[in-house]
Design a protein around this ligand. Structure first.
Ligand SMILES: Nc1nc2c([nH]c(=O)n2[C@@H]2O[C@H](COP(=O)(O)OP(=O)(O)OP(=O)(O)O)[C@@H](O)[C@H]2O)c(=O)[nH]1
Length: 126
């Protein structure tokens, strides 16, 4: 399964993370926003759609930069592709009712993160 996610940086270098809703796989853990790539989508189109759906933020596909990927072994073989982008302003809303926030690296690393998101956060700060 192919999943895409976004490390969105604000002007002071903080990263946007959101909390997975209770009852879902990895519920309550924090993650980069994003989601599954549908069969008719390219990864970039899927990520633009997910960011709009989850945070009400429209991004241009060309503003996304591929960064790193992680994988979770197992039956579903989830591969999570991380892109980066800069936040240029606009109102953000947790449209699924999820908590979200901007975090400096140390604060992000102290959150209970989903496993692949933790790996990707570490790559971002190498
Ligand atoms: N962000 C993240 N997603 C993960 C990890 N491990 C893992 O299996 N996933 C899976 O990757 C998918 C992410 O897509 P999503 O955010 O659109 O999924 P979702 O929870 O809304 O839908 P779902 O409940 O149908 O799975 C989920 O199925 C999630 O369970 C992980 O470490 N980080």
């Amino acid at each position: 399964m192919l999943v895409v996610a976004l490390a969105l940086f604000d002007k002071s270098g903080r990263i946007l993370l959101q909390q997975r809703l209770p009852g879902k796989h990895h519920g309550g853990l924090w993650e980069f926003p994003g989601g599954k790539v549908e069969s008719d989508e390219t990864p970039r189109v899927a990520l633009v759609r997910e960011i709009e759906e989850e945070l009400g933020l429209h991004l241009e596909p060309g503003s996304l930069t591929p960064a790193f990927f992680a994988e979770e072994p197992g039956d579903r073989a989830v591969v999570l592709n991380l892109y980066t982008a800069s936040f240029e302003g606009g109102e953000l809303v947790g449209r699924d009712g999820q908590a979200w926030g901007w975090f400096a690296h140390e604060d992000a690393a102290n959150l209970p993160l989903a496993p692949m998101d933790r790996q990707l956060l570490a790559f971002l700060h190498r």
